[in-house]
Design a protein around this ligand. Structure first.
Ligand code: NAD
Length: 335
């Protein structure tokens, strides 16, 4: 059987590593090989890929998507790309946006150019619901104009548009996903769910922005990974697919669930000054992914959250290491 050689960028991070573990796990397709290209920024953990180390068809390359030579060499030896690599934390982008523009915009352009040069058959670009900006009521469909409100969202919107025009101008088979807030195990403990869970487990207070009424739609990592596979295997060139999770909560409601799961009360919550430009509500209409690809979120949030909290309880080493891990640079590590 001929193998589809997939280059997964950012495959040592939260979503990318889950995608790779799923593809190479017992329920994954048997006709793919996977190369992870990851720069191992602070957000990546080598342990995220332990499960697939030694799996047939798996290779890890430590490198930067902004490096044209590395990207060119790898692209020549692959058929498809699933592009996760990014600077992904909004708060960091408010402190310093340079790395966001570099990785998210320039890095995507380097990948797209190389994909075009080497005749990549499918390029899945993983974008975000944040590109639409805040929506008070209803949900954004894929045609909604982009209206980002943070340097992170602006850098993702730029790369998202760049990816789209590589289809429109050059005919490259680019498929874009715009998903809502992901949750699950292996998420770096700076994002709200792992941040709150690990702080509560350590006996600390948790910081709740502003009035705590910002609304997000929560998407379990398993559902997201399933959706990305549907887009890779069944999606159409040049199309955008929204991926929603189906559980809308404001941050106070989410905090209540996390306090309950950790056996803590509201005296552990500290209201802090709101984040600059904090979008009030995101919501995507994922009807297109449902109709065209058969996508539907399956994970119940109460169950998914309980499993997530249990994972952090059982993997203290992972998140303590994550907060202090040295940054890995350079080299190729074949596994
Ligand atoms: P993450 O921060 O956990 O992982 C990002 C990965 O990219 C890390 O492994 C990091 O080392 C790698 N990386 C960063 N810069 C790189 C570079 N220059 N070259 C190579 N690798 C580099 O992020 P995540 O939460 O897994 O998000 C993955 C993708 O999904 C991102 O594109 C993000 O914008 C998008 N997304 C995430 C969410 C979410 O809720 N986490 C929601 C919507 C969209």
């Amino acid at each position: 059987m001929s193998q589809t050689r997939i280059l997964v960028t950012g495959g040592a991070g939260f979503i990318g590593s889950h995608y790779v573990r799923t593809l190479l796990g017992p329920l994954g397709p048997d006709d793919v090989s996977v190369t992870v290209l990851d720069a191992f920024t602070y957000a990546a953990m080598p342990a995220n890929l332990d499960e697939v180390e030694g799996a047939p068809g798996f290779r890890l390359v430590v490198g930067d998507i902004c490096d044209p030579q590395t990207v060119d060499r790898l692209m020549a030896a692959h058929d498809q790309v699933v592009h996760f690599a990014a600077e992904s934390h909004v708060d960091r982008s408010l402190v310093s946006s340079a790395e966001f523009v570099r990785t998210n915009v320039l890095g995507t352009q380097v990948l797209l150019d190389a994909a075009l040069r080497h005749g990549i058959s499918t390029f899945v670009h993983v974008s975000t619901d944040e590109v639409y900006g805040s929506i008070a009521n209803g949900s954004c469909a894929e045609e909604q104009p982009l209206n980002p409100n943070s340097p992170y969202a602006a850098s993702k919107a730029s790369s998202d548009l760049l990816a789209l025009v590589y289809h429109r101008s050059h005919g490259l088979d680019v498929r874009i996903t715009r998903c809502s807030n992901n949750y699950g195990h292996h998420q770096y403990p700076e994002k709200i769910i792992p941040l709150f869970v690990t702080r509560l487990m350590d006996g600390h207070k948790v910081p709740l922005y502003g009035d705590g009424l910002h609304v997000r739609d929560w998407l379990h990592i398993d559902d997201h990974v399933r959706a990305i596979e549907l887009v890779r295997t069944r999606g159409r060139a040049g199309e955008v697919y929204n991926i929603g999770g189906g559980t809308e909560l404001n941050n106070r409601e989410l905090t209540q669930l996390l306090l309950d799961a950790c056996g803590a009360s509201w005296d552990r919550v500290e209201y802090v000054t709101d984040r600059k430009g904090h979008d009030r509500r995101y919501s995507v209409d994922w009807q297109k992914a449902h109709t065209e690809l058969g996508y539907k979120p399956q994970k119940d949030m109460t169950e998914g959250l309980a499993e997530t909290v249990a994972w952090y309880r059982d993997h203290r080493d992972w998140w303590e290491n994550a907060r202090t891990a040295p940054v890995v640079t350079g080299g190729t590590v074949p596994c």
